[in-house]
Design a protein around this ligand. Structure first.
Ligand code: ZN
Length: 93
């Protein structure tokens, strides 16, 4: 079943549920009984959000072409100073 949208000239938009591909060009308004014309709208397809799509693509790519790291990334070579000065007094490995 699919939901098709129609617009009544007096009441505005209303929905009619019909089997897929069986939509009529006009339907009777459930409120006033006038004939409303069909309104073509975008199908309600599920969309994957952009962050989720990137994560899924990255996961799939790593399964086939895992990235090999040969050196420490430049951003992590020089760790930033700790927010708490007491951490500088802790023993280093
Ligand atoms: Zn109506």
């Amino acid at each position: 079943m699919a939901t098709y949208q129609y617009r009544c000239p007096g009441c505005g938009p209303f929905d009619v549920t019909r089997p897929m591909g069986r939509a009529l060009p006009e339907e009777q308004c459930p409120t006033c009984g006038l004939h409303g014309r069909r309104v073509f709208t975008a199908p309600m397809l599920p969309r994957t959000s952009a962050p989720l799509a990137r994560a899924l693509q990255s996961q799939e790519a790593s399964a086939h072409e895992p990235r090999v790291v040969t050196e420490v990334p430049p951003a992590r070579r020089h760790p930033t100073s700790a927010a708490d000065p007491r951490q500088a007094q802790l023993p280093k490995p």
